[in-house]
Write a protein that binds this ligand. Structure first.
Ligand SMILES: Cc1cc2nc3c(=O)[nH]c(=O)nc-3n(C[C@H](O)[C@H](O)[C@H](O)COP(=O)(O)OP(=O)(O)OC[C@H]3O[C@@H](n4cnc5c(N)ncnc54)[C@H](O)[C@@H]3O)c2cc1C
Ligand code: SF4
Ligand code: SF4
Length: 1006
């Protein structure tokens, strides 16, 4: 053990890796006392501990237990109990640290779930006090109406907490203007290791503001003594760059230079000194209209060399995107148009220079000066080679926002490599003085090449802090050696330039080892003295900043020696990835813990987390649990276990993560494997059979409609269906009907014989048996457009309609789903071979052809069908664009509120339904910014998930529907969405086909 307290046996740690043991048994005292005294969540089971064993670094250390206190007082009590039981404490926010500072063998105190209130807001003085677990974006949403924001605008703003940001001394893209967290934290209330509470804030050199009897007084006196003693050493050894976040902020304790603020020693302390309970922040006025100059360079070196001149114009940000990033972004269809608007030619690098003064005219003036400067430096569009270049003005706020999106997504593409080698973060945020930036980047590139790897550069050129991640496979000893060699050579070079080896992401495990070579032995001892003065027994997050383990100790790695996938059989095709289960292991390993799935607004991902705020119920938590399970770290048969079933129970298979997760983690697809593994072991419940086998018994059920529908009218039958089959008694089930949709008798209807105007209308089970009007109206619209509507029958001659297999997949009945798909494929094959599009109404069914079918069936026919399957409205939008559609639509003088089904959003086809509705004269279409409706197939009908289902609906959709005027049309293509709107808001929603049919029936305008 490297930690003094550990050696002294005062504070004990648990096991280094997960192991099999349930720690509640190992630590019965702590677990029992926490559960008895804390009303918040207390978890000591190995599944939860596994979910908290990683942050966004490459390390994994399993904690002893996790507590999510409901109040600050509960947090204080949990820490007190931990101390009494001899267990170390790890404070945690969003867990997005990149350097391993948020993993330890401790009791994790998760502040993000409940400790997230704004305690005080003083608009006049532009300051607020918050609890540590509040997320930056949530805070800024609350501040916006007051014209204020907290301006440390880090990339992880959607999930990083103020406590974590203070812990890491985080810095944003506009640090040139706003500095780091240290520059924006006014005071911190903190719980000290001995249980005392203290207020850390601005003080005079004589500490006259700190009462003599305050527990802070002796500590503050000692800290100031250390500061005074180390004054010369700090002056000599601390890097002279703005972005220095390594080590403790000893410079904040040096008397004479600045006013002393004791809170600043806690900022950047990485949870090793004390537990922050209240943080007072300095706020800034919102930024107004800005200007951006996209400065193009023919040579990367020249771009780096120019940064030092550009910053003299006082921009608020100078961000780099290099050639690789531009090329990656150009490959993404949705970003290509943005690049076309601002990238000229084939630059080697572009610097995005942003001016944000309060006077818009001044921003324009500075942009003109940027043009002059670039010209004076010898660049021109008419030159070639290294001196080619110039400035493209970006004045529209929309384009400015779109460019920011491109930059972020370019990075995401880089991170989404499917190979075992991945870009690794360890030299990714060095900061050097700007006059050395060009030489530094050239030399580091050469170091990468020497070690057989490469990296892509991006981010904060104006602060001399560029991100770069060499690609390495940390499962291989040779790559781990290369990592050490690169780190040592890179940091030596940074020292030569008097730069900082950590300019943004902090010490953690990655950098702490290097604090001594970077700051020198004397300051390294002074850092230890600070730690010991605060925390003599090593209670808080030991082994970070001081007395750290070796950064390449593989036993602390996520991919530790011996890490490998267990042999397993999988049902779907995972061959794009490496590892066990035909690549399933590689697919779950794609999660790099960046935490984007923890966002609470924007997009859809992840609806269950937005309701429960529980790490178990977010894509990251699920992916980590799966990774631990498939690599045998959660015991035998973990995939089929009850804990795994619980882990996935609130995943509504919305497929939002497939699109919104930066690395494309597709949990909906993974869930099918888990359900299949569980079904293979435990069989299907009655509920599963009733849900999964619906398409098979629907023909009989429709004949028995009056009998089956009695369930909705009888309290007794409702309760029985809940007790016996798990369907909640609180909802009506969809009503069966006898007049179901029938495919036309001659199986080909429509006016035209032109083969280019043929279309297969796929009648899904839900619309066919419960809402036939949708299919009738779709048929009407297609025929009115002059299309010949085909309705193929099963090739075996049976009368049962075709099925996509969706309901079977929802319960893990993969063999049955495959059988349905094969049957359907046979029937559709002749049409598909002729190029006839297959059009469907229900998004979840139709996208089964596009998504799961090719993963289950690798035939050419399956791939061709996937390419030709489209939603009804996608088809109409395509035909309109191609000039083949002219519907005789009449005006609907109304508003339409459109809610997109999650799969429509996930497949990026909301444009189709919006375009289809816009065909209707005078219809004012407004799309609701909504996450999942919460119904999600059978999810909303289950007794044990109905509350979460309704809470998901209340996130955005149901309140928006309630606000809509009475005569507004509510449009929703998903059967489940319509049901949720009916049950939750008492409004009837319509499929787009019905709205178009209404318009067909309305009088045409002259
Ligand atoms: C893709 C990506 C992009 C990133 N971009 C940026 C960026 O632009 N700028 C930047 O600076 N960083 C960036 N980071 C790093 C990281 O997101 C930030 O450091 C962030 O501020 C961490 O916040 P968190 O809530 O996740 O903290 P956590 O990781 O949970 O914790 C961070 C540290 O703070 C401590 N801590 C947490 N709560 C408390 C408390 N109550 N009391 C005492 N200590 C506490 C923890 O122990 C830990 O040491 C990025 C990370 C990723 C994955
Ligand atoms: S699931 Fe995706 S978004 Fe969530 S942490 Fe993992 S990689 Fe990030
Ligand atoms: S499919 Fe939806 S609910 Fe499930 S993990 Fe992904 S985003 Fe979350």
């Amino acid at each position: 053990m490297t930690f003094r307290a550990y050696a002294a046996g005062k504070v004990r740690s648990g096991r280094r890796r997960g192991g099999e043991a349930d720690v509640a048994v190992e630590r019965p005292g702590l677990a029992r006392r926490l559960k008895a005294e804390i009303s918040g969540d207390v978890w000591f089971d190995r599944f939860t501990r596994g979910r908290y064993a990683t942050d966004a670094s490459h390390y994994q250390i399993v904690p002893l237990g996790v507590v999510a206190p409901r109040t600050i007082e509960e947090a204080e009590r949990a820490i007190e109990l931990s101390r009494l039981e001899g267990v170390t404490v790890l404070p945690r926010g969003g867990g997005t640290s990149q350097s391993g500072q948020t993993v330890n063998e401790s009791l994790v105190v998760d502040c993000s779930k409940y400790l997230n209130r704004i305690l005080d807001l003083d608009v006049k003085r532009a300051r607020c006090t918050v609890e540590p677990g509040i997320v930056l974006d949530d805070l800024n949403r609350a501040l916006k109406p007051h014209g204020l924001w907290f301006p440390v605008d880090i990339s992880t703003a959607s999930r990083a907490t103020i406590g974590g940001m203070a812990g890491n001394n985080s810095c944003g893209a506009r640090s040139l203007r706003y500095g780091t967290m240290r520059d924006n934290v006014l005071s911190i209330d903190a719980l000290l290791a001995d249980g005392a509470l203290a207020h850390f804030g601005a003080v005079g050199a004589d500490l006259s503001q700190v009462p003599r009897n305050s527990p802070l007084r002796p500590l503050a006196e000692d800290l100031l003594k250390i500061g005074a003693r180390e004054k010369d050493e700090v002056a000599a050894r601390f890097p002279k760059v703005q972005r220095r976040v390594g080590g403790y902020n000893l410079d904040a304790l040096v008397p004479g230079k600045n006013d002393i603020n004791l809170a600043h020693i806690l900022v950047g302390g990485e949870g090793t000194l004390a537990f922050s309970t209240r943080i007072e922040l300095k706020l800034s006025p919102l930024l107004g209209r800005r200007t951006v100059g996209a400065v193009h360079f023919g040579s990367f070196y020249e771009a780096m060399n120019c940064a030092q001149h550009i910053v003299r114009l006082a921009p608020i940000g100078v961000e780099l995107i290099d050639r690789t990033m531009i090329e990656l972004a150009r490959e993404i269809a949705m970003f290509r148009p943005t690049l076309e608007k601002f990238v000229r030619g084939e630059p080697d690098a572009v610097l995005l220079v942003e001016f944000g003064e309060s006077d818009p005219e001044e921003n324009l003036r500075r942009l003109r000066r940027l043009h002059d400067l670039i010209g004076d430096l010898g660049f021109g569009w008419d030159k070639s080679g290294a001196k080619w270049g110039g400035v493209v003005d970006v004045l529209s706020p929309e384009l400015q926002a779109a460019i920011t999106d491109v930059r972020t997504s370019g990075l995401n593409i880089m991170m989404s490599m499917k190979s075992e080698g991945k870009p690794v973060s360890f030299v990714e945020d060095c900061a050097v003085p700007l006059e050395h930036l060009a030489d530094y980047t050239s030399r580091l590139t050469a170091i990468f090449e020497k070690h057989g790897t490469r990296g892509t550069w991006y981010a904060h050129a104006g602060s001399g802090c560029l991100h770069v991640r060499p690609v390495l496979n940390l499962r291989l000893e040779k790559d781990v050696h290369a990592m050490r060699a690169i780190a040592e050579e890179a940091f030596a070079m940074v020292r030569e330039y008097k730069g900082s080896h950590s300019g943004e992401h902090g010490d953690g495990i990655v950098r702490s080892e290097f604090n001594e070579p970077m700051f020198g032995s004397r300051l390294a001892r002074a850092f230890e003295e600070v730690k010991d003065r605060f925390d003599p027994d090593g209670l808080f997050n030991p082994g970070k900043v001081v007395r750290a383990p070796k950064f390449d100790d593989r036993s602390n790695f996520r991919y530790a020696p011996g890490y490998r996938g267990e042999p397993m059989t999988t049902q779907l095709d995972w061959s794009d990835y490496a590892g066990a289960g035909g690549g399933f292991q590689g697919a779950v390993e794609m999660c790099n813990n960046n935490g984007a799935c923890r966002k609470m607004a924007g997009g859809v991902m992840c609806p269950s987390y937005r309701v429960t705020r529980d790490e178990r119920d977010v894509t990251r938590g699920r992916a980590n649990t799966l990774r631990l399970a498939v690599t045998g770290q959660l015991g035998p048969d973990a995939l089929a276990s009850d804990e795994m079933a619980q882990t996935l129970s609130l995943c509504v298979s919305c497929k939002a993560c497939r699109r919104e997760c930066p690395t494309g983690v597709d949990m909906a697809r993974m869930k099918i494997e888990v359900l299949a593994a569980r079904a293979a072991k435990k069989g299907f419940s009655l509920h599963d059979r009733l849900v999964g086998w619906l398409p098979r018994y629907a023909p009989l059920a429709s004949r028995l409609a009056p009998l089956l529908n009695m369930r909705n009218g009888s309290g007794l039958l409702r309760r029985l269906s809940e007790t016996l089959a798990g369907f909640t008694a609180r909802r009506d089930l969809p009503e069966w009907r006898r007049d179901i949709y029938q495919d036309r008798a001659d199986w080909t209807v429509g006016p035209s014989d032109d083969p280019r105007r043929e279309v297969v209308l796929f009648g899904d089970t839900f619309n066919r048996y419960f809402e036939r009007e949708n299919l009738d109206d779709a048929c009407k619209v297609l025929m009115a457009g002059g299309y010949r509507v085909q309705a193929p029958r099963a090739a075996d001659g049976s009368s049962r309609p075709l099925c996509c297999g969706r309901t079977f997949l929802a319960v893990g009945a993969v063999a049955q789903a495959r059988a349905e798909m094969e049957r359907t494929l046979k029937a559709l094959a002749p049409y598909v071979a002729r190029g006839v599009p297959v059009v469907g109404l229900e998004p979840s069914c139709l996208f089964t052809f596009r998504d799961e079918m090719p993963a289950l069936m690798t035939s050419d026919e399956a791939r061709t069908l996937a390419g030709q399957a489209m939603l009804f409205e996608e088809f109409l939008a395509r035909e309109k664009k191609e000039g083949r559609l002219d519907l005789p639509l009449g005006a609907l003088d109304r508003r339409a509120l459109l809610h997109g089904h999650c799969h429509q959003k996930s497949f990026g086809v909301m444009g189709g339904v919006e375009s289809a509705l816009k065909l209707i004269p005078r219809l004012a279409v407004e799309t609701v910014e909504s996450s999942c409706c919460g119904m999600a197939g059978s999810f909303g009908y289950k007794a044990d998930t109905i509350d979460v289902s309704l809470a998901m609906g209340e996130l955005s959709l149901l309140p928006a529907v309630r606000k809509a005027p009475d005569d507004a049309l509510i449009v929703a293509d998903g059967t489940s969405c319509r049901q949720q709107i009916h049950d939750g808001a008492g409004r009837e929603a319509l499929h787009v086909a019905r709205v178009l049919a209404m318009s067909l029936a309305a009088p045409r305008q002259p």
